[in-house]
Design a binder for this molecule. Structure first.
Ligand code: DHB
Ligand code: FE
Length: 301
Protein backbone atom coordinates (compact mmCIF):
# COMPACT_ATOMS: atom_id res chain seq x y z
CA UNK A 1 0.00 0.00 0.00
CA UNK A 2 1.27 3.48 -0.84
CA UNK A 3 2.31 5.16 2.38
CA UNK A 4 1.97 8.93 2.16
CA UNK A 5 1.33 9.95 5.80
CA UNK A 6 5.04 10.40 6.45
CA UNK A 7 5.62 12.52 3.34
CA UNK A 8 6.57 16.15 3.82
CA UNK A 9 3.34 17.30 2.17
CA UNK A 10 1.09 15.38 4.61
CA UNK A 11 3.24 16.25 7.64
CA UNK A 12 2.92 19.91 6.70
CA UNK A 13 -0.84 19.48 6.25
CA UNK A 14 -1.02 18.00 9.78
CA UNK A 15 0.94 20.90 11.28
CA UNK A 16 -1.27 23.46 9.59
CA UNK A 17 -4.57 21.63 10.25
CA UNK A 18 -3.85 21.34 13.96
CA UNK A 19 -2.81 24.99 14.28
CA UNK A 20 0.81 24.26 15.11
CA UNK A 21 1.87 26.91 12.62
CA UNK A 22 -0.21 29.55 14.44
CA UNK A 23 0.65 31.31 17.68
CA UNK A 24 -2.88 31.40 19.15
CA UNK A 25 -5.00 28.60 20.53
CA UNK A 26 -4.41 25.87 23.09
CA UNK A 27 -1.02 24.14 22.74
CA UNK A 28 -2.12 20.92 24.47
CA UNK A 29 -5.16 20.61 22.21
CA UNK A 30 -3.03 21.26 19.13
CA UNK A 31 -0.57 18.52 20.06
CA UNK A 32 -3.32 16.02 20.83
CA UNK A 33 -5.32 16.80 17.69
CA UNK A 34 -2.23 16.45 15.53
CA UNK A 35 -1.68 12.93 16.87
CA UNK A 36 -5.37 12.02 16.48
CA UNK A 37 -5.33 13.23 12.87
CA UNK A 38 -2.11 11.43 12.04
CA UNK A 39 -3.40 8.19 13.60
CA UNK A 40 -6.67 8.54 11.65
CA UNK A 41 -4.79 9.01 8.40
CA UNK A 42 -2.68 5.99 9.23
CA UNK A 43 -5.82 3.88 9.73
CA UNK A 44 -7.27 5.11 6.41
CA UNK A 45 -4.07 4.11 4.71
CA UNK A 46 -3.61 0.77 6.50
CA UNK A 47 -7.16 -0.41 5.74
CA UNK A 48 -7.44 1.39 2.40
CA UNK A 49 -10.69 2.97 3.61
CA UNK A 50 -12.88 4.17 0.76
CA UNK A 51 -14.51 7.56 0.62
CA UNK A 52 -17.91 5.90 1.02
CA UNK A 53 -16.84 3.95 4.09
CA UNK A 54 -15.30 7.00 5.64
CA UNK A 55 -18.44 9.12 5.26
CA UNK A 56 -20.60 6.28 6.53
CA UNK A 57 -18.49 6.32 9.69
CA UNK A 58 -18.86 10.09 10.06
CA UNK A 59 -22.60 9.79 9.53
CA UNK A 60 -22.75 7.07 12.20
CA UNK A 61 -20.85 9.25 14.65
CA UNK A 62 -23.20 12.17 13.99
CA UNK A 63 -26.35 10.13 14.41
CA UNK A 64 -24.92 8.25 17.39
CA UNK A 65 -23.67 11.34 19.19
CA UNK A 66 -26.37 11.06 21.85
CA UNK A 67 -25.02 7.63 22.77
CA UNK A 68 -21.31 8.42 22.92
CA UNK A 69 -21.48 8.04 26.71
CA UNK A 70 -22.65 4.45 26.18
CA UNK A 71 -20.36 3.64 23.26
CA UNK A 72 -17.15 4.70 25.03
CA UNK A 73 -17.49 2.09 27.80
CA UNK A 74 -18.74 -0.43 25.23
CA UNK A 75 -15.56 -0.15 23.16
CA UNK A 76 -13.38 -0.45 26.24
CA UNK A 77 -12.05 3.09 26.38
CA UNK A 78 -13.58 3.96 29.76
CA UNK A 79 -11.99 0.81 31.22
CA UNK A 80 -8.72 1.74 29.54
CA UNK A 81 -8.83 5.09 31.37
CA UNK A 82 -8.93 3.05 34.62
CA UNK A 83 -6.03 0.87 33.48
CA UNK A 84 -4.08 4.02 32.61
CA UNK A 85 -4.72 5.51 36.07
CA UNK A 86 -3.84 2.17 37.71
CA UNK A 87 -0.54 2.06 35.83
CA UNK A 88 0.30 5.63 36.86
CA UNK A 89 -0.60 4.78 40.47
CA UNK A 90 1.58 1.66 40.40
CA UNK A 91 4.50 3.70 39.09
CA UNK A 92 3.99 6.21 41.90
CA UNK A 93 3.70 3.45 44.51
CA UNK A 94 0.04 4.26 45.17
CA UNK A 95 -1.39 0.79 45.51
CA UNK A 96 -3.97 -0.80 47.78
CA UNK A 97 -7.57 -0.16 48.57
CA UNK A 98 -10.75 -0.99 46.70
CA UNK A 99 -10.16 -1.04 42.94
CA UNK A 100 -11.55 1.84 40.92
CA UNK A 101 -13.86 1.04 38.08
CA UNK A 102 -15.77 3.05 35.52
CA UNK A 103 -18.34 5.69 36.43
CA UNK A 104 -20.47 4.98 33.39
CA UNK A 105 -22.75 7.54 31.75
CA UNK A 106 -25.72 7.45 34.14
CA UNK A 107 -24.79 9.43 37.25
CA UNK A 108 -26.99 12.42 38.06
CA UNK A 109 -25.65 15.18 40.32
CA UNK A 110 -27.81 16.59 43.07
CA UNK A 111 -29.35 13.42 44.54
CA UNK A 112 -30.92 13.89 47.98
CA UNK A 113 -28.29 14.14 50.73
CA UNK A 114 -29.57 11.97 53.57
CA UNK A 115 -28.44 11.18 57.07
CA UNK A 116 -26.73 7.78 57.17
CA UNK A 117 -24.88 7.90 60.51
CA UNK A 118 -25.94 4.54 61.92
CA UNK A 119 -25.47 5.74 65.50
CA UNK A 120 -28.35 8.12 64.87
CA UNK A 121 -30.48 6.52 62.22
CA UNK A 122 -31.53 3.23 60.68
CA UNK A 123 -30.53 2.26 57.20
CA UNK A 124 -31.39 4.42 54.19
CA UNK A 125 -34.11 3.55 51.69
CA UNK A 126 -33.09 4.24 48.09
CA UNK A 127 -36.18 3.04 46.27
CA UNK A 128 -39.11 5.41 46.55
CA UNK A 129 -41.14 4.04 43.63
CA UNK A 130 -43.12 0.81 43.80
CA UNK A 131 -40.95 -2.00 42.51
CA UNK A 132 -42.35 -5.42 43.07
CA UNK A 133 -39.17 -7.46 43.33
CA UNK A 134 -37.17 -8.75 46.25
CA UNK A 135 -35.59 -6.31 48.65
CA UNK A 136 -31.84 -5.90 48.54
CA UNK A 137 -29.84 -4.77 51.55
CA UNK A 138 -26.26 -3.64 51.51
CA UNK A 139 -24.08 -2.68 54.45
CA UNK A 140 -20.44 -2.34 55.35
CA UNK A 141 -17.74 0.08 56.37
CA UNK A 142 -15.62 2.73 54.73
CA UNK A 143 -12.05 2.11 55.90
CA UNK A 144 -8.70 3.79 55.41
CA UNK A 145 -5.44 2.10 54.43
CA UNK A 146 -4.59 1.14 58.04
CA UNK A 147 -8.04 -0.30 58.66
CA UNK A 148 -9.19 2.85 60.42
CA UNK A 149 -12.83 3.94 60.00
CA UNK A 150 -13.14 6.86 57.60
CA UNK A 151 -14.97 9.75 59.27
CA UNK A 152 -17.61 11.95 57.67
CA UNK A 153 -17.68 10.23 54.30
CA UNK A 154 -20.36 10.88 51.71
CA UNK A 155 -21.38 7.75 49.86
CA UNK A 156 -23.00 8.45 46.48
CA UNK A 157 -24.97 5.44 45.35
CA UNK A 158 -26.97 4.87 42.17
CA UNK A 159 -28.36 1.84 40.41
CA UNK A 160 -30.98 0.62 37.94
CA UNK A 161 -34.45 -0.58 38.89
CA UNK A 162 -35.75 -4.13 38.42
CA UNK A 163 -36.23 -3.48 34.69
CA UNK A 164 -32.65 -2.36 34.19
CA UNK A 165 -33.57 1.32 33.82
CA UNK A 166 -32.02 4.27 35.65
CA UNK A 167 -34.14 7.16 36.88
CA UNK A 168 -33.61 10.33 34.79
CA UNK A 169 -32.69 8.13 31.79
CA UNK A 170 -35.70 5.81 31.90
CA UNK A 171 -37.28 5.49 28.40
CA UNK A 172 -40.61 4.54 30.03
CA UNK A 173 -40.56 7.76 32.13
CA UNK A 174 -41.89 5.57 34.94
CA UNK A 175 -39.52 6.61 37.70
CA UNK A 176 -39.65 9.62 39.97
CA UNK A 177 -36.60 11.90 40.09
CA UNK A 178 -33.67 10.35 41.99
CA UNK A 179 -35.29 6.95 42.47
CA UNK A 180 -32.41 4.62 43.43
CA UNK A 181 -30.05 7.57 43.85
CA UNK A 182 -28.82 9.03 47.13
CA UNK A 183 -25.90 10.78 48.73
CA UNK A 184 -25.52 9.26 52.18
CA UNK A 185 -23.66 11.24 54.83
CA UNK A 186 -21.90 8.80 57.16
CA UNK A 187 -20.70 9.27 60.73
CA UNK A 188 -17.47 8.78 62.65
CA UNK A 189 -17.47 4.99 62.44
CA UNK A 190 -17.65 4.82 58.63
CA UNK A 191 -20.56 2.39 58.76
CA UNK A 192 -23.23 2.45 56.07
CA UNK A 193 -26.40 0.51 55.38
CA UNK A 194 -29.13 0.92 52.81
CA UNK A 195 -31.96 -1.05 51.36
CA UNK A 196 -33.43 -0.97 47.94
CA UNK A 197 -34.90 -3.29 45.34
CA UNK A 198 -32.86 -5.82 43.40
CA UNK A 199 -31.65 -4.15 40.17
CA UNK A 200 -31.63 -5.97 36.88
CA UNK A 201 -28.62 -5.95 34.58
CA UNK A 202 -28.56 -3.02 32.20
CA UNK A 203 -28.81 -3.36 28.42
CA UNK A 204 -28.16 -0.62 25.88
CA UNK A 205 -31.26 0.83 24.19
CA UNK A 206 -32.40 -1.63 21.47
CA UNK A 207 -31.86 -0.26 17.97
CA UNK A 208 -29.74 2.65 19.19
CA UNK A 209 -26.29 3.53 17.91
CA UNK A 210 -24.51 1.54 20.62
CA UNK A 211 -26.67 -1.53 19.95
CA UNK A 212 -26.07 -1.20 16.19
CA UNK A 213 -22.32 -1.02 16.73
CA UNK A 214 -22.31 -4.00 19.09
CA UNK A 215 -24.23 -6.08 16.54
CA UNK A 216 -21.77 -5.13 13.78
CA UNK A 217 -19.01 -6.34 16.10
CA UNK A 218 -20.82 -9.59 16.86
CA UNK A 219 -21.15 -8.50 20.51
CA UNK A 220 -23.99 -7.77 22.95
CA UNK A 221 -24.74 -4.66 24.99
CA UNK A 222 -25.53 -6.24 28.36
CA UNK A 223 -24.12 -5.60 31.81
CA UNK A 224 -24.56 -7.66 34.97
CA UNK A 225 -26.72 -6.14 37.71
CA UNK A 226 -24.56 -3.62 39.56
CA UNK A 227 -24.49 -0.70 42.00
CA UNK A 228 -22.37 2.42 41.46
CA UNK A 229 -20.52 4.42 44.11
CA UNK A 230 -18.54 7.57 44.54
CA UNK A 231 -17.03 7.87 48.00
CA UNK A 232 -15.64 11.17 49.19
CA UNK A 233 -14.25 11.96 52.64
CA UNK A 234 -11.95 14.62 54.10
CA UNK A 235 -8.33 13.50 53.85
CA UNK A 236 -9.02 10.63 51.44
CA UNK A 237 -8.81 10.15 47.70
CA UNK A 238 -12.25 10.20 46.07
CA UNK A 239 -13.08 6.70 44.85
CA UNK A 240 -15.19 5.83 41.81
CA UNK A 241 -16.26 2.22 41.80
CA UNK A 242 -19.14 -0.23 41.49
CA UNK A 243 -20.03 -3.69 42.69
CA UNK A 244 -21.37 -6.19 40.18
CA UNK A 245 -23.34 -9.20 41.38
CA UNK A 246 -21.05 -12.20 41.21
CA UNK A 247 -23.92 -14.60 40.49
CA UNK A 248 -25.37 -12.64 37.55
CA UNK A 249 -25.19 -14.44 34.17
CA UNK A 250 -23.16 -11.51 32.80
CA UNK A 251 -20.80 -11.29 35.79
CA UNK A 252 -17.92 -12.40 33.58
CA UNK A 253 -19.32 -11.11 30.30
CA UNK A 254 -19.84 -7.37 30.84
CA UNK A 255 -20.06 -5.38 27.62
CA UNK A 256 -18.64 -2.31 29.43
CA UNK A 257 -15.62 -4.15 30.93
CA UNK A 258 -16.41 -2.71 34.38
CA UNK A 259 -16.32 -5.91 36.43
CA UNK A 260 -13.07 -6.40 38.32
CA UNK A 261 -11.64 -8.88 40.81
CA UNK A 262 -12.64 -7.78 44.28
CA UNK A 263 -15.81 -6.10 43.00
CA UNK A 264 -17.97 -9.17 42.34
CA UNK A 265 -19.65 -10.02 45.66
CA UNK A 266 -22.25 -12.79 45.64
CA UNK A 267 -25.36 -11.76 47.58
CA UNK A 268 -26.08 -13.86 50.66
CA UNK A 269 -29.60 -15.31 50.32
CA UNK A 270 -29.55 -17.39 53.49
CA UNK A 271 -31.92 -14.93 55.18
CA UNK A 272 -34.37 -14.94 52.23
CA UNK A 273 -33.76 -11.66 50.45
CA UNK A 274 -30.34 -10.90 48.97
CA UNK A 275 -27.92 -9.15 51.31
CA UNK A 276 -24.48 -7.84 50.55
CA UNK A 277 -21.86 -6.97 53.14
CA UNK A 278 -18.97 -5.10 51.61
CA UNK A 279 -16.21 -2.91 53.03
CA UNK A 280 -14.65 -0.19 50.90
CA UNK A 281 -11.01 0.77 51.47
CA UNK A 282 -9.98 4.27 50.46
CA UNK A 283 -6.50 5.61 49.80
CA UNK A 284 -5.25 8.65 51.67
CA UNK A 285 -5.32 11.92 49.69
CA UNK A 286 -1.92 13.28 48.74
CA UNK A 287 -3.19 16.57 47.36
CA UNK A 288 -6.36 18.63 47.32
CA UNK A 289 -6.93 17.38 43.78
CA UNK A 290 -7.25 13.80 45.07
CA UNK A 291 -10.35 14.86 46.98
CA UNK A 292 -12.14 16.29 43.97
CA UNK A 293 -14.28 14.57 41.39
CA UNK A 294 -12.90 14.42 37.87
CA UNK A 295 -13.93 17.31 35.64
CA UNK A 296 -16.16 15.00 33.59
CA UNK A 297 -19.38 16.82 32.64
CA UNK A 298 -22.32 15.13 34.36
CA UNK A 299 -26.09 15.26 34.15
CA UNK A 300 -27.73 17.29 36.91
CA UNK A 301 -31.30 17.59 38.07
C1 DHB B 1 -23.23 1.76 30.45
C2 DHB B 1 -24.31 1.62 31.31
C3 DHB B 1 -24.11 1.47 32.65
O1 DHB B 1 -25.10 1.32 33.56
C4 DHB B 1 -22.83 1.48 33.15
O2 DHB B 1 -22.69 1.34 34.46
C5 DHB B 1 -21.76 1.60 32.29
C6 DHB B 1 -21.97 1.74 30.94
C7 DHB B 1 -23.46 1.95 28.99
O3 DHB B 1 -24.60 2.03 28.56
O4 DHB B 1 -22.47 2.02 28.23
FE1 FE C 1 -24.53 1.39 35.50
Amino acid sequence: MTDIVKTAAVQSLLDRASGLTESGGNPRLKAILRDVLEATMGVIEKHDISEGEFWQAIDFLGRGAGEFGLIIPGIGIEHFLDLHLDAKDAEAGRTGGTPRTIEGPLYVAGAPLVEGDLSRTNDVNLTTDPDDVEELTMSGRILGPDGEPVKDAILHVWHANSKGFYSHFDPTSAQSPFNNRRRIRLGADGRFAFHSRMPRGYSVPPGGACDQLMKLLGRHGDRPAHIHFFIEAPGYRTLTTQINFGDDPHAHDDFAFATRDGLLPIPDRSGGNPAIVFDFVMQRAQSADDQHFSSRPRAAA
